[in-house]
Ligand binder design. Structure first.
Ligand code: M6R
Length: 614
């Protein structure tokens, strides 16, 4: 959470940093700030609210200089005020710092620094600026090396997580960055370099990046980047190339990133399956699995670990693994998994699913699963992210940059990859070539069918406008469409702030049916699959209690109209692949409800895209 961008080069830093903050706004949007050096003095500006407030402020307080750091905040310690916004300054005002993460022992550190240190904010971060500035004063070398050593010494006292960038008025020719638990990427340019909390804001300038690992520190000058450990040993690392393009981080004419990302789905779905089919063998080939056929046959348990939307994608994976591969499978929410004592051994395969690849709970669960000896594989979107690097293999979902806080295309591509894994295991264990081929052929029909659903968006918009003022919603699904119901309800909650719950259809009569009245509409997913009649009965029960129903039904199902106020038709699809289609109307419904309610669709209140704190 929170976004960091730093620049050092020959150009004016302020416009680059401002543009970088706009790209990072999905990581935090309660306040922002930047500090710039013109090689003699430091100047700083901060602001509460959106990045555009900062941009407005900077029209009158222009900050000249070609070195700078900036930050967009998602508050953890201390309220949303200008004083709590980053950058933070040391006691003498000579050192400035931006920080992502949480300093757990900040109170002790403040006490140790003594009464001569005056803190102006309520944040945990400010203590780092004081600590490092004091360490720099103790250094003999008043240059970049001295600043790097001061950062190392300062951080040696810290308990917690950080991704920081530090700038000192007396050392204007370099920026120092360090990482422990909060990602840092260095973008390598020509006669200029960048530092950021993820690659999104630097893609417009360079695709060459260095990913810092925990415990590393980088000295970043205009034409040179040097890496060290916190103990000051040199680290050598290869520059990696990022294949995402900058266009993916643009709205491309859509009013919101979320709508653009919903429309990206047919294209990015093709990216997720490209090169991953072996049609002759009727199987998927996910090279990153790194397991022998024998190991695949020996696995006796599969666990999908994830948070939020990613966990619902994992739930689709669970159904598919049990159906195709005949392996007991379960889904665990990462924050629960890490604090119980999960039964795991070397015959357990754990899939860790994450769009950002940085979710703190998911990362902790990954480490726990590895410690217990499981096979741990990633299903991740962000290339080079911590989860992608800490797993022993896995697959990128190739959804491209997803910037709306509400996940859409990353969900679809996680589902896709989970289904491909289920097929690969199924073929290694019990599925016939012909069955495998039928499934692969069904995958090939998906993009066209997704496009057909997207072409129905105007009628989905009308339905959304009709229902926007209801205060509660129920989402119902059965089997592989139960995770779809969960995802639909989460989408509605997070961007429209309407209360929504999701249940398996069969659970209604065990309690939730008591909620149903004219004022409590139900969104039900009722495709023509093996559970069709069961789902129909559940909906009849709701109708009998005067509940209004919106149905997702299979094209041509005329009976659906008798059951519902409104029907959204979707093309028929092989059952296991239904979530890839049935989720899209729910995404569009939530989107249009949120727009009708004038919500901040891409940046819903209280949420951040990448949840790097517990
Ligand atoms: O980056 P991750 O996939 O690990 O994020 C997990 C959740 O925080 C995320 O899916 C969240 O639930 C989304 N905002 C849902 O739209």
């Amino acid at each position: 959470m929170c976004g960091i961008i730093g620049y050092i080069g020959k150009r004016q830093a302020a416009p680059i940093l401002l543009q970088g903050l706009r790209r990072l706004e999905y990581r935090g949007y309660d306040s922002s700030g930047m500090a710039i050096s013109d090689h003699s003095t430091l100047a700083m500006t901060k602001c509460v609210g959106k990045i555009e407030n900062l941009a407005e402020k900077m029209k009158t307080s222009h900050l000249p200089g070609s070195v700078g750091i900036a930050h967009t905040r998602w508050a953890t310690h201390g309220g949303v005020t200008e004083l709590n916004a980053h950058p933070h300054t040391g006691n003498k005002g000579k050192l400035v710092l931006v920080h992502n993460g949480i300093i757990e022992n900040y109170r002790e550190l403040k006490d140790q620094l003594g009464p001569e240190h005056h803190f102006t904010s309520e944040t945990d971060s400010e203590v780092l600026a004081h600590l490092i500035e004091r360490e720099f004063d103790l250094q003999e070398q008043k240059n970049c090396e001295g600043l790097r050593k001061a950062v190392g010494c300062g951080l040696s006292h810290v308990k917690g997580t950080y991704g920081i960038v530090v700038m000192h008025e007396d050392v204007p020719d370099c920026l120092i960055t360090a990482r422990m638990g909060s990602p840092i990427v260095v973008g390598v340019g020509k006669d200029e370099n960048y530092i950021a909390s993820d690659a999104t804001p630097i893609l417009a300038y360079t695709r060459d990046v260095l990913f810092l690992d925990d415990g590393e520190i980088a000295e970043v000058k205009e034409n040179n980047v040097r890496l060290f450990t916190l103990k000051d040993e040199i680290v050598s690392k290869k520059v990696e190339e990022i294949h995402w393009n900058d266009e993916q981080a643009e709205k491309q004419g859509f009013p919101h990133f979320m709508l653009k990302e919903i429309h990206d789905q047919p294209t990015v779905f093709e990216d997720a399956i490209r090169g991953r089919f072996n049609m002759a063998e009727g199987t998927a080939v996910l090279g990153g699995l790194n397991m022998t056929e024998q190991q695949m046959r020996d696995i006796n348990r599969v666990i999908f670990i994830a948070c939020g939307t990613a966990s619902y994608a994992g739930m689709v994976g669970k159904y598919a693994f049990e159906r195709l591969a005949g392996i007991p499978a379960e889904v665990d929410v990462a924050s629960e998994f890490r604090y119980r004592d999960p039964i795991i051994d070397e015959k357990t395969l754990v899939f860790v699913m994450s769009q950002s690849g940085e979710t703190a709970d998911t990362l902790a669960a990954l480490r726990e699963a590895k410690r217990k000896g499981a096979f741990v594989r990633g299903i991740v979107n962000v290339i080079g992210s911590t989860i992608s690097r800490e797993t022993d293999g896995g697959t990128y979902i190739h959804a491209g940059a997803e910037l709306a806080v509400a996940s859409t295309k990353a969900y679809t591509n996680m589902v896709t990859v989970a289904l491909l894994y289920a097929l690969q295991f199924g073929r290694a264990r019990r599925v016939s070539i012909a069955t495998g081929q039928r499934m692969l052929n069904a995958f090939l029909e998906i993009p066209e069918k997704m496009n057909w659903i997207l072409s129905q968006k105007d009628s989905i918009k009308e339905i959304a406008e009709k229902y926007k003022d209801y205060k509660n919603f129920l989402f119902l699904g059965r089997g592989i469409n139960y995770p779809v119901a969960l995802e639909g309800s989460l989408k509605l909650k997070e961007i429209s702030y309407i209360h929504a719950e999701a249940y398996p259809g069969g659970e209604m009569k065990h309690g939730p049916l008591a909620l149903i009245s004219e004022d409590f509409p139900t969104f039900a997913i009722m495709p023509q699959n093996q559970l069709y009649e069961k789902m129909r009965s559940n909906i009849e029960e709701i109708r009998a209690r005067k509940g209004k129903v919106i149905l997702i039904a299979t094209q041509g199902d005329e009976r659906a109209k008798e059951l519902a106020e409104d029907v959204i038709y979707v093309p028929a699809m092989k059952e296991l692949l239904e979530p890839l289609l049935n989720t899209i109307p729910l995404q569009l419904f939530s989107y249009y409800v949120a727009v009708a309610l004038k919500r901040d669709v891409d940046r819903p209140r209280n949420l951040a895209k990448s949840v790097t704190v517990e």
